[in-house]
Design a binder for this molecule. Sequence first.
Ligand code: GCO
Length: 433
Amino acid sequence: MQQFEKGFLVGAATAAHQVEGNNIHSDYWAQEQLPHSSFTEPSGITCDHYNRYEEDIRLLAEAGLNAYRFSIEWARIEPEEGQFDTTEIEHYHKVIACCKAHRVEPVVTLLHFTSPKWLIVKGGWEAESTVEDFRRYVTYVMEQLGSQLHYVCTINEANMGLQLAAISKRFRLMAEQAAKSAAATGKSAEGTVQVGMNFQKMMENMRFAAEENAGVFGDPQPKIFVSERTPQGDLLIMRAHAAAREVIRTLCPHVKVGLTLSLHDLQAQPGGESFAEAAWAEEFTHYLPYIAEDDFLGVQNYTRTLYGPTGQLPAPEGVELTQMDYEFYPQALENVLRRVAEDFHGDLIVTENGIATADDTRRVAFIQQALSGVQRCITDGLPIKGYLHWSLMDNFEWQKGYSMNFGLIAVNRATMARTPKPSLKVLGGYTGV
Ligand code: GCO
């Protein structure tokens, strides 16, 4: 094993809603409570990280990691439109101070999927007004916290909505076919999107859920961040990103700013080239004009996707699948980094990469193979500045609830006791000194 150079960020990532607990003013919280929710269970207190962040950051630091990526929860900071909660800002002040006390670099994400419920009632991520609402929130956060930060991700997986639109379309077709042939094909569709989704459950509940959503949000299909995105909504997100970047550059010129993208290693088999090209254009290339001025791009990769003459293919027969039904394929990260660097010329930070498995020895193998790839890229001159593993701890995997084990630390759901897994120490061993 070869260590990274001193200064390279070796860390782990979380997102507020997945670990903090009791995110009661958020859109997700509201959706989790609906009688016909697509969530297998509500988030509840999740990992109680809101109260236990000191222990979690200490465990991260003790294992040798030097960076922690976490998100600020907009719904906590601005629970009602225009009303900022100073006690919540104070909370994040303390989290950042705790990182610094442990010589851990905080990498902050301003929006990681969840939004305040009021924003969605106003039309959410398809409404014009969201750009200015986001600007106001970002201004407040940067005024309060910006002086203590060096790295800020504006929006997590800005491309997720388009990916969902594509997969939902495919899933609907598959579900129709499956209904005809009575074959259950839902599982493999979920395995092709890098976020916990229950498409089968969503389809079954659709009609009831629409009524319930209309009751809560005034819209049978509320436009949350992780909704099927229209092309206009996609542009709106780019404008929200640009607004945030402008605020950050003005208030905190010392901060490096970027967004993150969910990127698959798209591989074409003979005849699948045009499908793979089109998918890459949608997933990555068409964002280039909007991110060209960013300081860095956050690369988030978990697996590869194969294309054949008829389009996307399932994982090959007999390969190892993770709990998420992704193919175990840690080489994907290197391929994605090399491909991205052809067109994006700022720094690269791996802001997520990981594996859902109950067998930590597979996580160790995944990390070792993924990091060998990162190191080969660095040797070839790619400007990669950090690797932040998903995730610091087992947590709330969105609609899939607590069934996925992405963590470097296990969390006992009854007692909330933390147990570092061997993989935590293995990752910490890569930190340069
Ligand atoms: C993201 C995420 C994370 C997920 C992770 C595993 O940033 O994409 O969806 O929040 O938990 O990708 O699916």
